[in-house]
Design a protein around this ligand. Structure first.
Ligand SMILES: Cc1cc2nc3c(=O)[nH]c(=O)nc-3n(C[C@H](O)[C@H](O)[C@H](O)COP(=O)(O)O)c2cc1C
Length: 176
């Protein structure tokens, strides 16, 4: 599928079917997403592809405030750990540590969800975790874990929600 069609077809799935996802497919998606650009090519991420028990534990840790219950139904969750970024030495002291890491991880996530769409998988980016300490425990890290991508197949017959977006005039200006 061409990129524009993938962008149009992707939506945040919150209605996953009880259907497994091939681990090799998730690995392939992560390997391709790792080509994403990042500040100073720092690649400040580690993608943890979680299945089975670990995925179930992670799903419990991210659910709360009536959000993210659907992570329990996803076949897999990719948890993105933020790792220490090494920037050009001329930035030393001029920018805070990991200044662009969350932006980089957002770009990585965009690659992941479009690659998932191309592979016929549905996805949902999750930024909220009710229990971040439990997340770190599950991944055995002290680094922040700012983003998760739930992956799976949508329940048959799930209608694609209508995209609700600001008008182009609000988000785009042509200037000279
Ligand atoms: C950084 C980020 C964090 C998000 N966090 C959550 C979340 O915690 N739970 C959730 O259900 N959706 C979450 N979403 C999905 C958005 O709600 C969704 O992308 C937006 O409403 C647009 O809908 P669409 O993805 O279906 O086009 C998040 C998306 C992004 C980019």
């Amino acid at each position: 599928m061409e990129l524009l069609s993938l962008i149009e077809a992707r939506y945040s799935c919150r209605n996953f079917a009880d259907r497994p996802v091939e681990r090799a497919l998730v690995r392939k998606i992560c390997a391709a997403a790792a080509q994403a650009p990042s500040a100073c090519n720092s690649q400040p991420w580690k993608m943890h592809a979680l299945f089975g028990e670990k995925k179930a534990a992670l799903a419990r840790a991210v659910a709360g405030l009536g959000l993210n219950g659907h992570a329990a139904d996803a076949a897999a969750v990719i948890a993105v750990e933020e790792t220490p970024a090494k920037y050009l030495s001329r930035f030393d002291g001029a920018v805070r540590p990991n200044a662009w890491a969350e932006i980089d991880i957002g770009i990585l996530a965009a690659h992941i969800v479009l690659l998932a769409e191309e592979s016929g998988l549905q996805s949902c980016i999750l930024g909220y975790a009710a229990d971040p300490a439990a997340v770190q425990d599950i991944l055995q890290t002290t680094n922040p874990v700012p983003l998760f991508i739930a992956l799976g197949y949508a329940e048959e017959g799930t209608p694609m929600p209508k995209k609700n977006r600001k008008s182009l005039a609000e988000v785009f200006a042509e200037e000279e």
